[in-house]
Design a protein around this ligand. Structure first.
Ligand SMILES: [Zn+2]
Length: 389
């Protein structure tokens, strides 16, 4: 049954602004053979925008189609730029936001690298508990200052006296984000002074910049600063501030446990952005097609970045692999694999020369400088272009 009320504010003033049928449900799956890459599970993207709070969600999302198992890999830290970004975020939390002498819980900790940075930060004296149902690894590290559990963080974990809860890039994967926030709130029932830090993509940024490949199945819940703040207040948190980070692409929410009155939803500018985006999408797809065709006249073309953005772009613009030779990625686990849905080969930068590739479209301009340096030091000649040009 399709959702007819906004999962954040329960209003029914919803409009459909983006429809893509039969898209791969996973963008970050590591697929080792081209046949199975083309044979992945598919689903529909029916993005709705709420006219009351500005929340964006996929009303056709079906969680049972997804499996975040062994073959799922969204590691970004193969990039020195991204790793430096995480170091800056950790430094900011410890130095500016005072996350010191704290018991930190990370919800959806993945392999624990961010939590490890927070606990290892010199002089911070922090300890950490990481929760992730897909966690694989040692349960205890750093003489017990760091512990991991392969489970969800919910009211059963209220025994942990948490000072800080951090959760990065989780709620956009959840169709009922309020449920997750309420269960985090319930887990903090005995931690009345706890602070929370959440990071998630900003849908406003995607719409304004017309980043068509930032809408995909894995992200079923997308927030504006306003709808994110509202979701937290409705779940029983006070919101100190919501800011933009990672060159505007992500939202960073700082909040605390409180009993506050819900503010009325007011953020609806995103609705007109969504309408404008919607009327523009077909033209943008044609423009990209044209751009690839003209790049092809000077030689073979690749994409740079085989994460969700690259996989979505490949599926949108080149579903039958006739224009894009391959997709470059620095993650060794992805190299030698294939893009889910289309079957484009994923290769290391060194492979570009052998394949005779002369240009690459960069999926995220934040990585531009890093990749230009990498190409220079490897002596690879490549015309690296991106959407911001
Ligand atoms: Zn709403």
């Amino acid at each position: 049954m399709k959702i007819c009320r906004c999962p954040v504010c329960e209003n029914s003033r919803l409009s459909l602004f983006l429809l893509r049928e039969n898209v791969p449900v996973h963008q970050n799956l590591v697929v080792e053979c081209q046949g199975s890459a083309r044979d992945v599970t598919r689903g529909d993207l029916e993005l709705m925008v709420c006219g009351s709070c500005g929340f964006v969600f996929n009303r056709a999302f079906d969680r049972s189609r997804l499996s975040y198992g062994e073959a799922y890999d969204n590691t970004q830290s193969c990039s020195a730029y991204f790793d430096a970004y995480l170091d800056d975020l950790v430094r900011d939390m410890v130095e500016r936001q005072g996350v010191k002498n704290c018991t930190i819980v990370e919800v959806g900790c993945g392999k624990g690298s961010f939590l490890r940075k927070l606990v290892n930060y010199p002089g911070s004296n922090n300890s950490g508990y990481g929760f992730d149902p897909s966690y694989v690894g040692p349960a205890v590290e750093l003489d017990g200052r760091l512990q991991f559990s392969a489970r969800y963080y919910d009211e059963a974990c209220a025994g942990i006296a948490a000072d800080v809860v951090v959760c990065r890039h989780v709620i956009e994967h959840v169709p009922e984000p309020l449920q997750v926030l309420r269960s985090v709130r319930a887990a903090l029932a005995l931690s009345s002074r706890a602070r929370v830090f959440f990071e998630t993509p900003c849908v406003d940024w995607i719409l304004r910049n017309r980043v068509l490949w930032d809408f995909f199945y894995e992200h079923c819940s997308l927030f504006t600063a306003g709808s994110l703040g509202l979701a937290f207040r409705r779940a029983g948190f006070a919101v100190e501030r919501v800011s933009h980070i990672f060159s505007g692409q992500y939202l960073w929410l700082e909040g605390s446990v409180a009993n506050v009155d819900e503010a009325l939803p007011t953020d609806v500018e995103v609705v007109s952005l969504a309408v404008a985006y919607s009327s523009d999408e077909q033209r943008m797809r044609r423009d990209w097609l044209q751009r690839l065709c003209s790049l092809r006249q000077c030689g073979k073309v690749s994409l740079w970045g085989a994460g969700a953005k690259g996989a979505t772009f490949a599926n949108l613009i080149d579903p039958d692999c006739s224009l894009i030779e391959c997709v470059v990625d620095l993650n060794p686990r992805k190299q030698g694999g294939f893009i889910p849905g289309t079957g484009h080969p994923i290769v290391a930068p060194e492979e570009l020369r052998r394949r005779g590739v002369s240009s690459a479209v960069l999926m995220n301009p934040n990585y531009r400088e890093e990749n230009i340096k990498l190409l220079e030091s490897a002596g690879i000649e490549l015309n690296l272009t991106d959407w911001s040009e």
